[in-house]
Design a protein around this ligand. Structure first.
Ligand SMILES: NC(=O)c1ccc[n+]([C@@H]2O[C@H](COP(=O)([O-])OP(=O)(O)OC[C@H]3O[C@@H](n4cnc5c(N)ncnc54)[C@H](O)[C@@H]3O)[C@@H](O)[C@H]2O)c1
Length: 268
């Protein structure tokens, strides 16, 4: 159901790889709510992914940008404003990748070149995105910036590996930049801490299938899907949440506050 919540609003959506991506669902929902946007992803993902199909469906243009490259990001921010005809109201950072996870290196056996690359892609990129927006004064007042995170930033999930540290850093950047963006530009910055979700990035984590079933049984409302996440993100981009900022917002069906559920006890 659409409520026209984003009518007239303009933005940038990072990270739509295929139709399972959280960013893909969000782009479709933003479009349905009347928002317009530029889609972006790493140049390599353009070749692998189906982003052109999404661009056609939503009447959007695509600007490739490696989120670790300040030059790419500055170009993206200026081109997006040209294409959309003015400053931006919303930005979604939906990017994550751990080289250690990909190469099967355990947390206790990290290769630090891999660690640094994964941190740059998954965490520092959020600072780079916001610094590019901030320095060029690209956000409208009462705009909204959202990044996606996972609860392994607060509690240990062993197979989440170095992504846990990347998410802790990402959440800290949201708070710190949120202060400056709030004070100087009246822009809010939040992270959404999402349930495990069957996407390319999610399924890269070892034991994902068992873990998602466990989370489903632990969450009183069940896991939040990618579409549920898109719906929640729309509210954060809308004018209905103007004073919510510098928060890490759990969107997980209640998982984070559940010690144990009856279903899980019965398994033992
Ligand atoms: N899937 C889950 O279980 C889950 C749970 C909580 C949070 N998250 C977070 O949600 C976000 C989106 O992931 P997803 O689950 O939709 O998976 P996804 O694989 O569909 O999306 C990840 C995106 O990151 C992009 N990316 C990687 N390197 C990049 C770079 N250098 N520059 C620009 N983009 C780059 C990929 O191309 C891809 O589009 C990530 O931050 C992820 O950590 C996912």
């Amino acid at each position: 159901m659409a409520y026209n919540l984003l009518k007239g609003k303009k933005g940038i959506i990072f990270g739509a790889l295929d139709e399972n991506s959280i960013a893909w669902k969000t782009a479709m929902s933003v479009h349905a709510e009347g928002g317009t946007f530029v889609l972006t992803n790493a140049p390599i993902a353009m070749r692998m992914g189906q982003i052109k199909e999404l661009a056609e469906k939503t009447g959007s243009q695509i600007i490739p940008a490696d989120a670790t490259s300040v030059e790419d990001l500055e170009n993206l921010v200026s081109q997006a404003q040209e294409i959309l005809g003015g400053k931006l109201d919303f930005v979604l950072h939906s990017i994550g990748m751990s080289v250690n996870v990909r190469k099967g290196r355990a947390y206790t056996d990290e290769k630090y070149d891999f660690t640094a690359k994964g941190w740059d892609v998954s965490a520092l990129s959020f600072h780079k995105v916001m610094q590019s927006l901030y320095k060029s004064d690209a956000m409208n007042e009462w705009g909204s910036i959202v990044a996606l995170t996972y609860m392994a930033a607060q509690r240990v999930f062993p197979d989440y590996n170095d992504m846990a540290d990347n998410k802790a850093y990402l959440e800290s950047v949201a708070r710190s930049f949120g202060y400056f963006f709030g004070k100087e530009k009246r822009v809010r910055v939040n992270t959404i801490s999402q349930s495990p979700t069957p996407t390319t990035a999610g399924q890269g984590v070892k034991g994902f299938d068992s873990f998602i079933s466990y989370a489903e049984k632990m969450s009183p409302l069940g896991n939040a899907s990618a579409q549920d996440c898109a719906d929640y993100t729309i509210t954060l981009f809308s004018d209905l949440t103007r004073k919510v900022t510098m928060q890490n917002l759990f969107h997980d069906g209640g998982f984070s506050n559940t010690g144990v559920s009856q279903e899980v006890i019965e398994k033992f």
